[in-house]
Design a protein around this ligand. Structure first.
Ligand SMILES: *Cc1c(COP(=O)(O)O)cnc(C)c1O
Length: 394
């Protein structure tokens, strides 16, 4: 079954269209966290590392995420934040291609991915260059100068999907390494990591995977590469024998080498509950419903809110599980929507963004959300001064 809203704790009468930014709370999480705190941490204390399996969580949960993103067991490990995982992936990719100096990305990429590469380049000080081109120009820009192609599969602003298979092929043909960010893909659309043959992938678990604010990120390394890559963040838990406490670093022979330090045990407990909800979900079936929801939303908004302009690809095949509309006063409209129980979000300069997650959004919700949106626009409710002040987190 795809629709399982009863298993989420979502305030009544709220239509939550922001699961692409922070997924809602799965009901089972509260009890799981309490149990982990009281029966594990509180009772077992340091024995928890062995007796409660805390140390294995990053790998076990990695295997469960592998099921969702089409990867094999033993290729994904959890930890840190996505920004850190981007750094790890790109730095390892650069060492695989030491003659080349260009890291290629697109101008639609999420800023932290670009920022992390800028910081990496500065610290390496080897003449690396971050080159960004428009998303549609990426394929044509992959040449023999390019060391690494780093892209986010689903654009966070527009929802536009890159053809992962084709771009990875072009990347490899040009002798470059591919790094894919699955922030808006994992749990949202079918991903075939093994099939894509990409070298690295990274993603987060607090968006479509619903593991909560601050939940750990994940990193994937193609199995044949794992033993060959050089971790830049050579933390003790990536060592082949962390508890030998040797003075020199030797990376683990497994995906564990992408671990850095102590895992976030409480967040991982929440993630394990959140992943339970995906156990019986077929990603192709989920995708079908997601497409129905986004198609319906676009059709309704275009029919009833002519002042908005679609900022997402019209063809459902090219669009992730979100829909964006451009409107000059988008920020104020989103504030008015939130005030009336429809939560979407706003991305500068003028994008109103709505995520559709078949696990807890129904076609009824879509219609009701457009009812509210239509009235806010028709009655110019967004003009109220209280909707104009921009908050720190948008
Ligand atoms: C959400 C998102 C991030 C967030 O990175 P954190 O380190 O988890 O804050 C990074 N990259 C992309 C593409 C995202 O969508």
């Amino acid at each position: 079954m795809i629709y399982k809203k009863a298993q989420f704790d979502i305030p009544e009468n709220l239509i939550y269209l922001d699961g692409n930014s922070l997924g809602p709370l799965p009901k089972a999480v509260s009890a799981k966290i309490t149990q982990t705190v009281e029966s594990e941490w509180g009772t077992q204390l340091i024995r928890g590392w062995n007796d409660c399996g805390w140390m294995q969580q990053p790998r076990q949960l990695g295997d469960r995420i592998a099921n969702i993103v089409g990867a094999q067991a033993g290729t994904i490990v959890l930890g840190d934040t996505l920004s850190i995982k981007v750094y790890q992936a790109v730095s390892a990719a650069l060492t695989m291609n030491p003659q080349r100096r260009v890291i290629l990305s697109d101008t639609g990429n999420f800023p932290t991915d670009l920022y992390m590469v800028q910081g990496l380049i500065n610290s390496l000080d080897h003449g690396y260059e971050l080159k960004t081109v428009a998303p549609q120009d990426v394929a044509g820009a992959i040449d023999e100068q390019v060391a690494v192609v780093m892209l986010t599969q689903v654009d966070y602003r527009t929802g536009r999907i890159h053809d992962m298979q084709r771009i990875t092929e072009l990347t490899h043909k040009a002798g470059a390494i591919s790094v894919w960010d699955l922030a808006h893909s994992a749990g949202a659309i079918p991903v075939e990591l093994t099939h894509s043959a990409c070298d690295f992938a990274v993603g987060c678990t607090y968006k479509y995977l619903n593991a909560g604010p601050g939940a750990p990120a994940f990193i994937y390394v193609r199995p044949d590469l794992i033993e060959t890559i050089t971790p830049a963040l050579s933390g003790w838990l990536g060592h082949q024998a962390p508890f030998a406490f040797e003075p020199n670093y030797t990376p683990a022979p497994t995906i564990d080498r992408m671990r850095v330090g102590t895992p976030s045990v409480l967040q991982m407990a929440a993630l394990s509950c959140a992943l339970d909800l995906f156990d019986d979900v077929d990603m192709q079936a989920l995708r079908q419903v997601s497409v129905q929801l986004t198609e319906l939303f676009i059709e309704q908004v275009e029919a009833r809110c002519p002042e908005l302009s679609l900022a997402s690809p019209r063809d459902a095949q090219d669009r992730g599980s979100q829909v964006s509309f451009g409107f000059e006063h988008g920020y104020a409209v989103v504030q008015a929507l939130i005030d009336q129980g429809v939560i979407g979000d706003f991305r500068a300069p003028n994008i109103m963004r709505f995520g559709f997650t078949p696990l807890y959004i129904s076609t009824d919700d879509v219609i009701r959300a457009v009812d509210v949106l239509e009235s806010i626009l028709k009655d110019k409710i967004w003009k109220d001064p209280k909707y104009q002040t921009v908050k720190a987190v948008t």
